[in-house]
Design a protein around this ligand. Sequence first.
Ligand SMILES: [Zn+2]
Length: 362
Amino acid sequence: MKLEKPEEVITRLKDIKITVGRTGKITPNAVLEPVRVAGSLVSAATLHNEDMIKNKDVRVNDFVVIRKAGDIIPEVVRSLPERREEHSEAYVFPTLCPVCGSQLVRYPDEAAHYCINQDCPARVSESIIHFASREAMDIDTLGSKRVEFFCEQGLLKSVEDIYHLKDQRETLMNLEGFQEKSVDKLLEAIEASKSNPLEDLIFGLGIRQVGKKAAKILAHHFKNMAVFMSATKEELTAIRDIGEVTAISILDYFQNESNVRMIEHLRDLGCRMDSDQQEITQSLFTGKTVVLTGSLSLFTRDEAKEVLERLGANVTGSVSKKTDLVIFGENAGSKLEKALQLNIQTMDEKTFLEEVNQFENQ
Ligand SMILES: [Zn+2]
């Protein structure tokens, strides 16, 4: 396969803008004179961190070469000092958070700076955006633009405030662009999110290292927020797929009293704190690593996966020596072949259904 060199384009860097992420991470971004790269108009590019700006000696008003890294996120390749104005000065990385003014911190071995003020408005709004996002609590009427707007209006000062919005119905209806109907829709979606599964809530907390998959594993394992919160490092690392780094990050998160208080508030406000996962039914699938392949006709993929998980199986995507069983539907290809090669047990969909019925009707 021939790798094509990405298209490189020259434009002017008008400014360097600093954004503060949910974890307090500071990201410098280049504001560019809009230019076409690989078919799309680009007006911003990431500069990653202080070291990158220093190493590439990127300055405000420089002409810079940009390209799309992996053709997705544009990046600044280098600056062109030969085209620089005479009185140009090297960029000085800020020492204070541009949003809350706190002293920025750079930890040893880390390239990024952080705003470590938990109450930094930028961190608060990013946390709320994450909490309400589709993969977390999935409050579809509360997207990032609205969160930012509500934060500006002083309606949201914390994650918990989402569930206090219903007490502000009048205020909401008086906001520009809101009517009774849209306010009702917003509040209904917020109320509905309270009964989301525990894994959504755990993911929504935004604990570092705890992505969607880890949140699911943790919810499945502990089944209850209070039990999860009191887990020790040993208990956490004993779980398959939870490593030491993740365990430490979880412990750190719960060490912080304001995080614990927030969860208690959410509980008091009616957010569900336990798992709706049924007890696992012991079956011939329990404890087995199972792969589904081919097109199933009696189940959708998700249904089959859910059934298997309820019966205690761990469903994975690829066949390896660790696979115990491959369940196959029509037109199964390489995965089934590999299973046969590795002498892994296989089962057709019809037999699978018979087995499931047997266990589920117990
Ligand atoms: Zn800040």
